[in-house]
Design a protein. Structure first.
Length: 68
């Protein structure tokens, strides 16, 4: 995961449990914009082994991945 200078969130890697945020479990070999957040300004992202969380500039928290 990384956030660019326009507050956009990108992810790459092993995507088990959908933890990359693209709505599927396909492995991604290059950094790809997470479309769900294209109109939101992401200021922080944290990655766990089975999940990911992101915080918007407005203070909204999003979480995705294993969910258990």
């Amino acid at each position: 995961m990384f956030i660019d200078n326009k507050y956009r969130l990108f992810s790459t890697g092993f995507n088990r449990y959908g933890r990359l945020g693209h709505g599927d479990e396909k492995e991604i070999s290059k950094f790809t914009l997470i479309k769900h957040f294209k109109n939101k300004k992401i200021v922080d992202v944290q990655c766990g082994y089975f999940h990911t969380t992101a915080v918007t500039k407005e203070g909204h928290l999003y979480s995705w991945g294993y969910g258990n």
